[in-house]
Design a protein around this ligand. Sequence first.
Ligand SMILES: [Zn+2]
Length: 235
Amino acid sequence: MSLTQHGAHLFRSTRFGFFNSYLLRDEGGLTLIDTNVPGSAPAILKAVAQLGLPVKRIVLTHAHGDHVGSLDALRAALPGAEVSISARDARILAGDHSLDAGESQRKLKGDLKVTQTRPDRLLQDGDRVGSLRAVATPGHTPGHFAFLDERDGTLIAGDAFQTAAGTAVAGQMRLLFPFPALATWDAQTAMQSAARLAELKAQRLAVGHGAVLEAPVQAMRAAVAQAQRHVTPLT
Ligand SMILES: [Zn+2]
């Protein structure tokens, strides 16, 4: 596992070179964003110990196994941390894969994980979690959320964007979208969400898979434009 700092408050913890979770220094301690693949709790707890602050909150971008895989283990290790996820994806964590009237009727995709942990808090668009503003970004999953740190414009976008193709090196890094495409529930909805994120004027983009990108707005807009050319509209 590696731990890298980005800006004043954000730390990225990466496993197997490809799976990110984030620790954010915020009110009263740390906010953990995403819990990574199963078996990641010891590595994340080591990173927490390195930072020397208590974990106050665990925030989940969406209910895929590479983001909630270590939730139960971390909940057990950090009983004082408040666990939040969107109301919509909380249903997936509980094993409910039904779709709502009014949303795309495509089947959910990806590793849909059922957890023992029941979230303490169900997020709606615009909610605050510490310094983070919750931004509903459906598409990768129906209840996917991104989080904007309003102190410095750091955008933690989960899998609404990605910045690496697994083996990208710094000079060749470019935004691909949507990604991982095979795990995306509804590409058209995901594209609209990405377009919304591109207009938030983020100063820094932190994603589930890939490097943290500084001054990302142009690259985000370009990725959306590229996706708009490739995504087949729903009929
Ligand atoms: Zn992912």
